[in-house]
Write a protein that binds this ligand. Structure first.
Ligand SMILES: Nc1ncnc2c1ncn2[C@@H]1O[C@H](COP(=O)(O)OP(=O)(O)OP(=O)(O)O)[C@@H](O)[C@H]1O
Length: 267
């Protein structure tokens, strides 16, 4: 995809990043049109989280990086946080914080200088809590939630931030199948309603293909395929990159990836 295909929300050119002093992302070129959903896929350790962190300004990156006109490493933190929200894979939850208080933290970049929430801030939080089905949990301690409940709360905090670019790191890894669909549909609805741009690291290749108009496949820190889901997800490529045995089912809503058992080891 090129910059000529509509206004770009995210532009990376020759992006590189290191973790713990070791290079883990190399020469990443990525242009994401505003209002689109790009699913980032790739094996464990291929650099998906690091790329999301670079886009959120949370790790040092070399090369050119622009997110809706914001430079993630050099712009003011408040400006970045009004533009980009990251739903992390492993959220840190302060002990004793209620679900509602955690969601309210999403409003921080929008608060006035005195830090007092306005009626609008409270309305945004109320709406997000309802949309993510969290009313019954609102006054529970966030640290005492199940993994899936907490994942919905952390998404709620990111949505309360009202970002223009939403970065999701394995957003449904702890969710049951019903909540997976509910959460991905909700994010996709917001994308349509508000021209939200979504970049989501996902291990479930079928969901990644159903929701992403485009798949970006990372392997050992480099983009090795970038295109429509049916172009990226091929049996040979998944064998080569993941060492996986799969069948690809062609469906009207995109390719579905069916893992295959190895044959022969059991009678
Ligand atoms: N804080 C860190 N310090 C040192 N190395 C790190 C750190 N975080 C990540 N790495 C390394 O950077 C590489 C890329 O990790 P990253 O988390 O970006 O991969 P990923 O594709 O998101 O993996 P997964 O699918 O397992 O979540 C890995 O080799 C990982 O061990």
């Amino acid at each position: 995809m090129t910059e000529s295909e509509g206004p770009a929300a995210v532009v990376c050119r020759g992006l590189g990043a290191s973790r713990g002093g070791i290079p883990v992302l190399y020469d990443v070129d990525l242009v994401v049109p505003a209002g689109s959903w790009v699913s980032l896929v790739g094996p464990n350790g291929s650099g998906k989280t690091t790329l999301l962190y670079a886009l959120a300004g949370l790790v040092e990156a070399s090369g050119r990086l622009d997110v809706m006109g914001v430079r993630p490493r050099s712009s003011r933190r408040r400006e970045i946080a009004r533009t980009v929200a990251l739903m992390p894979q492993r959220p840190v939850v302060p002990e004793g914080t209620t679900v509602r208080a955690l969601v309210e933290l999403g409003r921080t970049p929008h608060l006035s200088r005195f830090g007092t929430p306005t009626a609008r801030d409270r309305t945004v939080v109320d709406e997000v809590i309802v949309r993510l089905d969290l009313e019954d949990l609102a006054y529970r301690a966030a640290s005492a939630l199940s993994g899936g409940e907490l994942q919905r709360v952390v998404l709620a905090r990111a949505l309360a931030q009202e970002p223009r670019v939403l970065l999701l790191d394995e957003p449904t890894s702890a969710l049951d199948i019903g909540h997976q669909q509910q959460v991905l549909d909700l994010v996709d609805d917001l994308r349509g309603d508000r021209e939200l741009t979504v970049i989501a690291a996902m291990h479930d290749l079928t969901s990644a293909a159903q929701y992403g108009q485009r798949l970006v496949l990372l392997d050992r820190g480099r983009i090795v395929a970038d295109g429509a889901p049916a172009e990226v997800l091929t049996v040979d490529r998944l064998r080569e990159v993941y060492g996986a045995r799969v069948e690809i089912l062609e469906r009207s809503d995109g390719p579905a990836v069916l893992p295959l058992r190895s044959t022969g080891e059991k009678a």
